[in-house]
Design a protein around this ligand. Structure first.
Ligand code: NAP
Length: 251
């Protein structure tokens, strides 16, 4: 049935670029979305991949912050493409952009559920399928989208930083645990990439922050899909964090 990849939050922003790269690499892609407004975006990408690369696709609505929704997502993937899941890309994420005194408890709980718990849920549900068929000769990949927020502190993003540092810890732990099973687990920690997530923050703050990037410009989604492309084809890479960020973590 070919190779299969699942991606969370695959309809827009970085996720859309990653979804397209998976199709370009010949994977049948299970594209997850959450918001009703993202259904049409997902359907359009699915159609594009089928027509351009001849792969098969499945679009599944799920709020991956909820374990039951993740169960339904993985079940739908296995029903459609069989037990052979080769790639999981954990990409779904949100920000709150709030100082720590004013933030509401439900907001930081929702962020942790989305940015960290969904990665735990999805790996917990997908790994049993991967261990059945992955090996040194037929490697599988888990790609976790972290952030420079997991590497350095960012003002008004304490919950986000905590979630992304957690993603990096999860990546390293799982990489070690499944290294001998042919399952490589790596993280990508993007710097500032122009998507709706960045468009949503205070534009004055954004401008000031962009001025601190050593290379002097904000990155593009293709910087992240390029990093994923490399990781998918790098048989000796596991447990690593690669960070396309214009040098912002150097100072
Ligand atoms: P974005 O444009 O805001 O897109 C966020 C994506 O996450 C959407 O596809 C959204 O799906 C999905 N999502 C959010 N909550 C979800 C949930 N509960 N269940 C399923 N899907 C959910 O953001 P982005 O910039 O592409 O971010 C993608 C990833 O990159 C995130 O993990 C983010 O933390 C990370 N990142 C981004 C930057 C940056 O500068 N942009 C930097 C570092 C790291 P719907 O549209 O269906 O709601």
């Amino acid at each position: 049935m070919g190779k299969t990849a699942i991606i969370t939050g695959g309809s827009r922003g970085i996720g859309a670029a990653l979804t397209k790269k998976l199709g370009e690499n010949g994977y049948n892609v299970v594209i997850n979305y959450r918001s009703e407004s993202s259904k049409a975006l997902s359907d359009n990408i699915a159609k594009e991949l089928e027509e351009t690369y001849g792969v098969e696709t499945l679009v599944v609505r799920a709020d991956v912050s909820k374990y039951e929704d993740c169960e339904n997502l993985v079940k739908a993937a296995v029903e459609r493409f069989g037990d052979n899941i080769d790639v999981l890309v954990n990409n779904a994420g949100i920000t709150n952009n709030s100082n720590w005194i004013d933030i509401k408890r439900e907001d930081y709980e929702r962020l942790i559920a989305t940015n960290l718990m969904s990665f735990l849920h999805m790996t917990h549900l997908v790994l049993p399928h991967m261990v059945n068929h992955c090996s040194d000769k037929q490697q599988c990949n888990i790609i976790n989208i972290a952030s420079i927020g997991g590497l350095i502190g960012v003002i008004n993003q304490a919950d986000y930083c905590a979630s992304k540092a957690g993603v990096i810890g999860l990546t390293r732990g799982l990489a070690l645990e499944y290294a001998k099973k042919g399952i490589r687990v790596n993280a990508i920690a993007p710097g500032m990439i122009m998507t709706d997530m960045l468009r949503g923050v205070n534009q004055d703050e954004l401008k000031a922050l962009a001025g601190t990037i050593p290379q002097g410009f904000i990155g593009d989604v293709s910087d992240i899909s390029g990093a994923m492309d490399y990781l998918l084809k790098a048989p000796y890479m596991t447990g690593q964090v690669i960070s396309p960020n214009g040098g912002i973590v150097l100072q």
